[in-house]
Design a protein around this ligand. Structure first.
Ligand code: 3Y8
Ligand code: NAP
Length: 253
């Protein structure tokens, strides 16, 4: 019988959790514990790191996991690397549930940045009003450009104020809507949007809002991820689990 460990934290992971619950498949969703009250799930949840590759491999063995599904965010590169290594050590099937990168379309004005530091280097000299849609973990580096006013959006209220001279903080969790993001960008007179190429539907409203308002976007490219079996539809992960189980190639320990 399949026994799934689902590394979550994305809209797609939550969709897959609902499908696994509906199919009655034994599964646990795992959060890192980055937010105060993560979305409740229809399957059991565990919260917190595993303790690196060895900790995850031990978890897979101890809980007799047969399939590890990495449905973490495309920027959660360390987790994804650890998942590939730990699945190999524990002899457990691994697949990733991911989403295609966003592509610019007609009316978009995107500039690519290789990473967060690259985005800082690409900021204009003249003072601007910039939305950093990057969450809480990548704010300090922008203190190197104090001339700008930053609009920040965090999932949770921070313990201390962000280390940016001029900033406005909004506390909100996605998925976000086009009208709300249009209003947010307009009401704060934003003239540049900085974001990660997360893909998916939960965070794309701000891009449509930027297009509607004719705003430029500084789009941070994804980090390199290890080679692994990848799916983009939660339903395809279910088929993969069923196939691996029926073909008797289960290498769960
Ligand atoms: C803890 C779980 C679901 C999943 C929802 C998706 C969509 C809404 C949009 C903006 C961009 C950002 C951020 C974002 C989005 C979804 C998805 C997504 C971006 C939760 C969640 C956890 C996290 C962690 C959090 C990070 C932060 C990143 C905010 C839950 C709500 C900016 C990524 O305060 C912190 O420390 C937050 C840290 C990692 C990136 C960062 O570096 O700060 N996500 N987000 C997960 C865990 O503990 O394992 O609380 O319910 C999940 C979601 N956030 O089931 O509905 O599918 O991506 N999350 C980015 O895309 O750039 C917000 O503001 O426009
Ligand atoms: P990361 O930098 O790749 O991982 C750092 C460490 O956090 C991992 O080594 C692991 O600790 C722990 N970890 C990460 N995801 C975990 C999970 N789902 N369950 C248990 N432990 C986990 O990860 P991150 O970018 O901080 O992302 C953390 C969480 O937020 C993930 O669930 C991710 O899907 C979600 N998220 C991230 C972003 C983003 O922009 N990075 C956006 C949206 C959602 P150990 O080494 O101790 O095992």
């Amino acid at each position: 019988m399949p026994n799934i460990l689902l590394l979550g934290g994305t809209t797609e992971a939550s969709t897959l959790a609902r499908l696994l619950a509906a199919h009655g498949t034994a599964a646990v969703l795992s959060y890192a514990g980055r937010t105060e009250s993560p979305r409740p799930q229809p399957i059991p949840v565990r919260v917190g790191g595993f303790g690196g590759v060895s900790g995850l491999a031990a978890y897979l063995r101890e809980h007799r996991v047969t399939h590890l599904v990495d449905a973490t965010h495309p920027f959660a590169a360390t987790m994804s690397e650890n998942a590939v290594a730990a699945a190999r050590i524990a002899g457990v099937h691994l697949a990733a549930l991911t989403r295609p990168a966003w592509e610019p379309g007609p009316g978009d004005d995107w500039t690519a940045a290789a990473d967060i530091a690259g985005a800082v280097a690409l900021l204009p000299e003249t003072p601007r009003r910039i939305m950093l849609a990057l969450g809480r973990m990548h704010v300090e580096v922008f203190a190197a450009r104090p001339q700008h006013h930053y609009l920040l959006r965090f999932v949770d209220a921070p313990a201390q104020p962000p280390a940016l001279l001029r900033h406005t903080l909004v506390v909100d969790r996605g998925p976000f809507s086009l009208d709300d993001d249009t209003r947010l960008l307009h009401d704060h007179a934003i003239d540049l949007l900085v974001c990660k190429n997360a893909g998916g539907t939960g965070a794309q409203a701000k891009l449509a809002a930027a297009r509607r308002l004719g705003l430029p976007v500084l789009m941070i490219q994804r980090p390199r991820l290890p080679a692994r079996t990848e799916f983009q539809r939660p339903e395809d992960v279910l088929d993969w689990i069923a196939h691996a189980a029926s073909s008797g190639t289960e290498r769960g320990v």
